[in-house]
Every structure is written in C-alpha cells, then in structure tokens.
Design a protein around this ligand. Structure first.
Ligand code: UDP
Ligand code: MN
Length: 305
C-alpha cells in the first residue's frame, strides 16, 4: 500500500514536473525577447557575468589596438570634465591605448588630469552655440569630420560619450565590436510601444508603431572606426534633411541614432550597466554600475530651456 501510494505520488510528480518544464520551455521559445543576454539577431548583450575580464583582456592584449574616445563640454558643461576624466582614468580601458578628444568652447577651463600609461588627451576648440539641442545634435557632424580627417587608419575603435557622466566600474575590451549600442537606462524594461521614438512621418527619424528592437541612448555609442563613421555621416545627413524641412526629432540625434540602429543592427549591445543614472543609484536592477549619468539641473547648466 505504501509502495503503491508512493508510486502514484512519483507518477504525479513526473506529470507536474514535465508540465512545468514544458511551460517554461514554451514561454522561453515563444517570447524570444525574454532573453536578456543576447538580441534576437544574436548580438551579445554585455553585462556582469557574461564575460571573463582577465581572459578577454589577455586576448585583446595580443592586438595593438587604439580606442579613440570623444566627449564634448561646451558652456557650463565644462564643470563635468574633471570627474569624467578622473573616473575614466580609474576604470576605462586601463592598460590599453586610449586617445581622448575633448571638444570645448573654453580650453582654459579644462582641468589638469593625470593620464595613465598609454592614455592621451587632445583638446579641440569648437564654437559655442545658443541651444543645447544644437550642441547635442552638432556632435554628429564634428565626429564625422574628426574620423574622416584625422582618425582614419590611426585608431581601431571609437566611443562617443556624454560628459555629464562618471565611471564607477570597469569599462573594458568586452565592449569592443563593429557597431555598439547602449540600452537607455530608462527604457530597457519597457515594452516597445512605450519607447520614445520619433513618431511623426515627416521626420527622417520616424519609426512606426510595432517596429524597433530597443531604445538606445545617444550618451554612449561606438564601434569600429568605419562603422561609427558611417553612423555619424548618416545621422548628420538625416538631421540636415529634417532641418531643411523645419522639423526637429523629439529626442534630437538620439531619435536618429535609434532609427539608424533599427536598420543597421548593432553587433554588440551594452546593458544599462554601461549607462546608468545616478538619481536611481539604489535601484537594484543591474548587478554593477560601470558608467552613469550624474544628476544635473538642466535649467541651470543648459544655455536655453
Ligand atoms: N553639451 C554641452 N553643453 C551644453 C549642452 C550639451 O557640452 O550646453 C554636450 C555634453 O557633452 C552633454 C551632451 O551634449 O553630455 C548631451 O547633452 P545633455 O547631457 O544635456 O543631454 P541629456 O543626456 O540630458 O539628454
Ligand atoms: Mn547627458
């Protein structure tokens, strides 16, 4: 009796177990987007636990690579340079060749920051502008020209970063790829109909409802020189067409970047560990915060509202 009971119990257990695994399997395969470590086109989504930093460092150490890194600080944004550079020197591609290009309208406001081994800083003067939107969008053309005129054949990779940011953890060779996008820290767990893509058909950045993979931030993107050159050139052209048609995409160059990534899928996607937001520091949705937007009072730092 006891034996038969336990046999029935065993059968029942098997049934529940198989049904559950069936459910889990079904849920997993029918909702491909539930995977967070890879995109639907099989690009890795880089986050803590998906790579071995020592191993990946040793692989890239065998190559003689240079990573250009661009950052803009115009008007009151020069106040962010010190923390950005000092924290980068602690965490950003330590041990690899890095060439920062800092664009500013006030070279005298650039603080002295000690560069680590094989890290160099070049300061470039750019004219000041009256609208923060123009400063932000204007980066695409300046970057396009920098790559065309100076970086071709000199650097292997490039990252283009916002200056109102700070590094808190490693940002290393695990981020390198042909075309690299970073998930926006506000939208990574939102359904796509809530992404703030440009929805007006008149704009070149238009993305119709039901399309789009992720919402990417314009505060950090990168990749190989050729691919990022193509990205900046395309976005610059699209921005110019919009300007000629007197339309400005809802989130400026970020809207155009999202349109670009819809057509040209990133070969690597960085999780929001690679661009978090200081104001939500306590939220435990990421395992580690590597790079983060600092809190800023837009009304106080921007030239216009
Ligand atoms: N920026 C600048 N001066 C300005 C406005 C913007 O140098 O007055 C540059 C700066 O590099 C900044 C980037 O443009 O990180 C994007 O602007 P912002 O950070 O204000 O945009 P948000 O990240 O708030 O969308
Ligand atoms: Mn910013």
């Amino acid at each position: 009796m006891r034996l038969r009971q336990s046999f029935h119990f065993f059968l029942f257990g098997m049934f529940v177990g198989l049904s559950l695994s069936g459910l889990i399997f079904f849920g997993y395969t029918s909702s491909w987007f539930s995977r967070t470590d890879v995109t639907p086109w099989l690009a890795p989504v880089v986050c803590e636990g998906t790579f071995d930093s020592n191993l990946i460092d040793s692989i890239y150490k065998q190559q003689n690579i240079t990573i250009a890194t661009t950052v803009f600080a115009l008007g009151k944004y020069t106040r962010f340079i010190k923390d950005f550079l000092e924290s980068a020197e602690e965490h950003y591609f330590v041990g690899f060749r890095v060439h920062y290009y800092l664009f500013t309208d006030q070279p005298e406001a650039v603080p002295e920051v000690k560069m680590g081994k094989n890290h160099h800083l070049t300061v470039r003067i750019v004219p000041s502008m009256d609208r923060w939107q123009d400063i932000s969008m204007g980066r695409m053309e300046i970057l396009e020209k920098l790559m065309e005129n100076e970086l071709a054949n000199k650097v292997d990779y490039i990252f283009c970063l916002d200056v109102d940011t700070k590094f808190y953890g490693r940002w290393g060779v695990e981020t390198l790829g042909r075309l690299v996008g970073v998930l926006h820290p506000w939208f990574f767990d939102y359904p796509r109909d809530q992404f703030t893509y440009e929805r007006r058909q008149e704009s070149q950045a238009f993305i119709p409802a039901g399309e789009g993979d992720y919402y990417y931030t314009a505060a950090a993107f990168g990749g190989s020189l050729a691919d990022v050159h193509h990205l900046t050139k395309t976005c610059r052209k699209q921005l110019n067409i919009d300007a000629a048609n007197s339309i400005e995409a809802i989130w400026h160059e970020e809207s155009h970047l999202n349109k670009y990534f819809l057509n040209k899928k990133p070969s690597k996607v960085l999780s929001p560990e690679y661009l978090w937001r200081d104001i939500n520091m306590s939220v435990g949705q990421v395992k580690i915060i590597r790079f983060s937007h600092v809190a800023k009072n837009n009304a106080e730092v921007r030239p216009n509202v």
